[in-house]
Design a protein around this ligand. Structure first.
Ligand SMILES: C[S@@+](CC[C@H](N)C(=O)[O-])C[C@H]1O[C@@H](n2cnc3c(N)ncnc32)[C@H](O)[C@@H]1O
Length: 512
């Protein structure tokens, strides 16, 4: 007998309906209609107390919205604390991550259904209704279960009055399909605003992404909106967990034996479609790690750029928490070279040390230090053969992995970051010896953080030339990766490469 909480409404076995991942948005309409009818006819069968899994999801949403918690840290902690795993944990993850991603769209639906602005709804109640909206519009939870379980949750966490309001709003939401709601809440909007609402992104982000698609050369003015639609949809598609087998410390085969599938993109990558990466021995021992393939590809690219001279010194200027530094250190060792991993924050330097544990134990030479990267060029001029500037950025390229991130950044964050990025790049150029190369990277495709930072640096530094980075981006079979843009920089995209939208520019310092 299972002691799992029942995610259905009426004590029946929820079967597939309560648990399956939300990607099945095309739930048959006939079933929805009968669910609705049952819900309307049998209110007395509703649960009086909330299901513990939904309650955890609600508590995590509150933590994210009230305290600025990160869902990908808060949820696993809450699940561990309540000893929830397996299908229940998957259900809670879908609820939390899906609701956070689609919050912008759901708020428009809720405003319509409630007849008042989302800002006028008490935030704890709004979070409850958002969870209900996600179950109704994106998960394969029967409508009656979605509504009555959410109302039971509202009764428990928000009180009886709020439960009545929640019931009324969810009932109205359940009267339309997702597609009908999209048509309703986008009607009369300008095209970009409509895309922003439908795909639940802030409008400034949608504009920035459109500019980046055109700027990188993968779209023109005519194709931009359809390309943008695909990109925004990819941001809402939960990404597989990608692992890196750090060269000489682990192998892809070892990860495959542990249940992952070898990737065709990065030669060191394997993908996990479910389960806890921390359960894999190589990951626990830091011989392997969770790392997006875009990050892997750019570290591999920088390592493979030819630079004259043996026993080189490489620098990772902004290394914390150390994912790219660990890969670079292993690849540097192959070339009889050493890496210095620098990081501004003490705490993140400690994370770099932990990330490097297996590399250091295996005898790979790495130096790790704490300092402001902007000072390093002055302190160690003309020193390094290769320098990576993986600059602090808005992270707009990793929205699919950070469900709440899109709601946290604002357009006002961009200019100060661009200034810092330029200063770090200046310092990296100063720290590079003539003949050496600099890789400038961001996990944002925003052109103010990417091409504009590089263009400004090229104006300030006549001693630097930009080289075509594309030839260094090869897949696991050694073939040139497609759709890298017009060059000379590389822009990766979730909807084209199934990576985060990483940017990489390659600069070489000349003797001038
Ligand atoms: C995008 S993250 C780097 C990610 C890292 N390369 C990895 O792959 O794990 C940017 C890092 O730059 C650090 N940082 C911010 N300002 C810095 C500065 N002035 N000098 C050096 N590092 C800085 C941040 O603390 C953060 O750890």
């Amino acid at each position: 007998m299972s002691d799992r909480p029942n995610h259905g409404a009426d004590g029946s076995d929820p079967g597939d309906s309560g648990y399956r991942n939300a990607r099945g948005r095309q739930r048959p309409d006939a079933r929805r209609t009968s669910d609705r009818a049952r819900s309307a006819q049998a209110p007395s069968q509703r649960r009086r107390t909330g299901d513990p899994t939904r309650r955890i999801a609600w508590e995590v949403l509150r933590d994210v919205h009230e305290n600025g918690a990160y869902a990908n840290l808060a949820l696993p902690k809450a699940l561990r604390h309540k000893r929830i795993d397996g299908r229940d944990a998957a259900f809670a993850s879908e609820l939390v991550y899906g609701t956070l991603r689609m919050r912008g769209f759901y708020d428009k639906v809720i405003e319509h259904a409630a007849g008042r602005g989302a800002a006028q709804i008490d935030p704890p109640v709004l979070d409850t209704i958002r969870l209900g909206a996600h179950q109704l519009l994106a998960m394969r939870v029967p409508s009656h279960a979605a509504a009555s379980e959410t109302v039971a949750l509202a009764r428990e966490v928000n009180g009886a009055g709020a439960a009545g309001f929640t019931n009324a709003v969810l009932r109205r939401i359940s009267e339309r399909t997702r597609e009908e709601w999209v048509a309703q809440v986008t009607a009369g909007r300008q095209p970009l605003d409509a895309l922003a609402v439908e795909h639940s992104h802030p409008e400034w982000v949608v504009r920035a992404l459109r500019g980046a698609l055109i700027g990188s050369g993968v779209a023109d003015a005519e194709s931009a909106d359809s390309e943008l639609g695909r990109l925004l949809a990819a941001d809402n598609d939960p990404a597989d967990v990608t692992l890196v087998a750090r060269p000489h410390l682990a192998t892809v085969e070892e990860l495959v034996d542990a249940g992952a599938v070898a990737s065709t993109l990065s030669p060191f990558a394997a993908r996990l479609s479910g389960g806890d990466p921390g359960a894999i021995r190589a990951v626990r021992e830091t011989r392997a790690a969770v790392q997006d393939e875009g990050s892997q590809l750019l570290a591999i690219a920088l390592a493979s750029v030819p630079v004259d001279g043996d026993q080189q010194e490489w620098l990772d200027l902004c290394a914390g928490p150390g994912g790219k530094a660990a890969l670079l250190a292993c690849l540097a060792a192959e070339q009889d070279s050493v890496l210095f991993a620098n990081e501004a924050s003490e705490h993140r330097t400690e994370l770099v040390r932990r990330t490097m544990d297996a590399a250091l134990r295996s005898g790979i030479e790495v130096m790790i230090g704490t300092g402001d990267g902007r000072d390093l060029g002055r302190e160690e001029p003309n020193t390094y053969d290769k320098v990576l500037v993986d600059a602090p950025c808005t992270g707009l390229g990793a929205l699919r992995r950070r469900p709440e991130a899109r709601w946290r950044k604002t357009a006002a964050d961009v200019p100060p970051l661009a200034t810092l990025q330029g200063e770090l790049l200046d310092s990296a150029i100063a720290a590079t010896r003539p003949g050496g190369v600099i890789g400038y990277a961001t996990c944002s495709p925003h052109t103010a953080e990417t091409a504009a930072v590089v263009a400004d640096a090229l104006k300030r530094h006549p001693e630097v030339v930009q080289e075509d980075a594309r030839p260094y981006f090869k897949d696991a079979s050694g073939k040139q990766i497609a759709d890298l843009g017009d060059g000379p920089a590389v822009q990766l995209w979730p909807h084209l490469h199934d990576t985060d939208a990483m940017f990489f520019a390659l600069l070489r310092k000349t003797d001038n």
